[in-house]
Design a binder for this molecule. Structure first.
Ligand SMILES: Nc1ncnc2c1ncn2[C@@H]1O[C@H](COP(=O)(O)OP(=O)(O)OP(=O)(O)O)[C@@H](O)[C@H]1O
Ligand SMILES: [Mg+2]
Length: 295
C-alpha cells in the first residue's frame, strides 16, 4: 500500500507538469450553411481557460456548446477571431487537447485495454512495457483494472465514461475537454461520476474545459462558470465559483452554492424564456410561468 501510494504520488507529480496550458478565445465566431441560409452558431465569444483551472461552460440545449468544443479541439476553424493555446494559434487537432464526448467513442470491437492503448500505439509514442504499465496504471486509477479485458458493451455506462477518461489521459493532454460526458447516465451514476471526476481533477489540477447543460453539475465542479446565451451562443456571464476544494456533494446545500445557482438560473431562465417566446408557442404559458414565485 505504502509503495502504491508513493507510486501514485510520483505519477501524479509527473502528470502535474504536463497539464498546465492556457487557452484564449478572442472574438470567436462560427456560422454554418451557405450565404443564403447561413446560421450563426457562435458569436464573438471571448474567454480564457486559465492554467490549472476547471472551467465549466453551461448553456441551453442546442446553443452551440459542442461547436465551441470542436473549435477549441481544432476539429473546426473559426470564421473570425482566434483561439490560442499557450500563445500559439490553434490550426487543427492535436493530442495536447483530448476530448471526451457526450456519446461514447469507445471502439466496441476492442477490449477496454486495447481502447486505452490505441492512440499511443498508433502514433508510436509509447510501446512495450512502458505503454502496458501506463495503461494499467490509468485503468487502476479509474477503477477498471479488473475489467480491462472486457469489451465496452460489457461495461456499465459509468464504467464506459471512466474508460474514456483513461483513454484520454494516456495521451498526457495539456488540456482535457469534456463535452457533457455524463449526459444519459442515471442520476445515481451521474453523481458518482461527478465525485470521481472531481477527485481526479483535484489530484493534479489539469487545465480542464467541462461542458454541461446541468446547473448543479456546473457549480459542483467549476472554478469558473461561463454562461452562454441561446444560439447564437454569446457569453452572458462569467462567475468565479469560490467553493472550497476538495469539494463534497453536501456543499451544494450551502448558502454560497445556492446564491451561485440562483444567479446562474436567473440568466439561463431568461434565455429559456426568450427562446420560448420567440417560437411564439404560447405567451400564456410564458406569463403564467414567470408569474410563479421563485420560477
Ligand atoms: N457541422 C455542422 N453543420 C451545420 N450545422 C451545424 C454543424 N454543427 C452544429 N451545427 C448546428 O449548430 C447548432 C448548435 O449545435 P451544437 O451541437 O454545437 O449545440 P449544443 O449546445 O452542443 O447542443 P446539445 O445541447 O444538443 O449538445 C445546431 O443548430 C446545429 O444544427
Ligand atoms: Mg452538444
Amino acid at each position: 500500500m505504502q509503495q502504491e501510494n508513493s507510486k501514485g504520488a510520483a505519477a501524479a507529480s509527473k502528470d502535474y507538469a504536463i497539464g498546465k496550458s492556457k487557452v484564449e478565445l478572442r472574438n470567436v465566431s462560427k456560422s454554418y450553411g451557405e450565404e443564403w441560409d447561413e446560421q450563426t452558431v457562435i458569436e464573438d465569444i471571448s474567454f480564457e481557460l486559465t492554467p490549472g483551472d476547471l472551467t465549466v461552460v453551461v448553456g441551453p440545449s442546442g446553443c452551440g456548446k459542442s461547436t465551441l468544443v470542436n473549435l477549441i479541439a481544432g476539429f473546426e476553424r473559426p470564421d473570425s477571431g482566434e483561439i490560442l493555446l499557450d500563445g500559439k494559434r490553434v490550426t487543427g487537432p492535436g493530442k495536447d487537447r483530448m476530448v471526451v464526448f457526450q456519446e461514447t467513442a469507445l471502439m466496441p470491437w476492442q477490449t477496454t485495454y486495447e481502447n486505452v492503448v490505441f492512440g499511443p500505439k498508433l502514433r508510436g509514442d509509447m510501446r512495450g512495457k512502458e505503454l502496458k504499465d501506463e495503461a494499467e496504471r490509468l485503468l487502476a486509477k479509474v477503477g477498471l483494472y479488473e475489467f480491462m479485458h472486457k469489451y465496452p458493451l460489457q461495461l456499465s455506462g459509468g464504467m464506459q465514461r471512466r474508460a474514456e477518461l483513461a483513454r484520454a489521459l494516456i495521451n498526457k493532454p495539456s488540456i482535457l475537454i469534456m463535452d457533457e460526458p455524463f449526459r444519459g447516465l442515471d442520476a445515481m451514476s451521474r453523481g458518482l461520476m461527478q465525485e470521481f471526476f472531481l477527485r481526479l481533477f483535484e489530484e493534479n489540477h489539469r487545465t480542464n474545459l467541462f461542458v454541461t447543460s446541468e446547473i448543479d453539475e456546473a457549480i459542483f465542479l467549476a472554478d469558473r462558470l461561463v454562461i452562454l446565451s441561446n444560439r447564437p451562443a454569446q457569453v452572458r456571464k462569467v462567475i468565479d465559483i469560490r467553493l472550497p476544494r476538495p469539494r463534497h456533494y453536501s456543499m451544494l446545500n450551502s448558502q454560497e452554492a445556492y446564491d451561485y445557482k440562483r444567479e446562474a438560473m436567473s440568466i439561463l431562465h431568461d434565455e429559456a424564456m426568450r427562446s420560448f417566446s420567440s417560437t411564439g408557442v404560447s405567451s400564456d404559458f410564458t406569463e403564467n410561468y414567470t408569474a410563479q414565485p421563485n420560477a
